[in-house]
Ligand binder design. Sequence first.
Ligand code: SAH
Length: 257
Amino acid sequence: MVRPKKHLGQHFLRDQNIARKIVDSLDLPEGDTRPVLEIGPGTGVLTSRLMERYPGRLFLVEIDAESVEHLHQAYPSLGHHLIQGDFLKLDLQALFPKPFVIIGNFPYNISSQIFFQVLDHRDRVDQVVCMLQKEVADRLCAKHGSKVYGILSVLLQAFYDLESLFKVSPGAFHPPPKVMSSVIRLRRNARKELPCDELLFRTVVKQAFQKRRKTLRNALKHLNLPASVDALDLMDKRPEQLSVEDFIFLTQQIGKG
Ligand code: SAH
């Protein structure tokens, strides 16, 4: 058996019902052929079900050599579809030049970084079903007006529709994590490009939330905004009060200046 390693965020799911529910949450149409990538298969509790459902088009990336060895022995047919490596360093463009979907019980310590990587490949990552620390999941799914709405909520919701599906208690894992978990689904929305400069959009969102208790006028002061932007009513608000559309509008106005 694989000994759980804390530094790799290894908490193995042992509740088979929950494993089934997670796999069922991937919503692919009949006859679909897109590759399915599982991040962090570990001992393979999701993998066995995914292999049945998506034969020949399931890929896995796992950083832990011991888990990889275990998986190769348990499922010899995986072959080169099982990649030993760090998801954050994968050349996703080379591996998946066409659209694909992602599933996994994510290593909680790197979940934000996983989503930044997803955003970088958003035109090919059509859907993500994943388990996360509940607190992080709540933040990603939060709408403006919520205290937990933040940078990744805005950046992800610009390109994905997010749904919170169900909660999972620590007792479902070995060893149990200290936190509640939550399964969420992201589906790519219809927006191809932002109608504003995307780099500037990211900067504005990040800077605004760095000082989330200040008004935008204060938080963005050092960007030397033109007077026309400074005068906007929206600049009296705090970042958590702005919808994704508001951030896009603000970026457009800044870009004009
Ligand atoms: N899917 C399994 C394991 C979840 S624990 C289950 O549900 O039981 C998270 C898994 O992610 C672990 O197996 C861990 O080794 C792996 N992991 C951690 N960091 C990773 C990274 N950077 N890239 C790929 N896998 C990683």
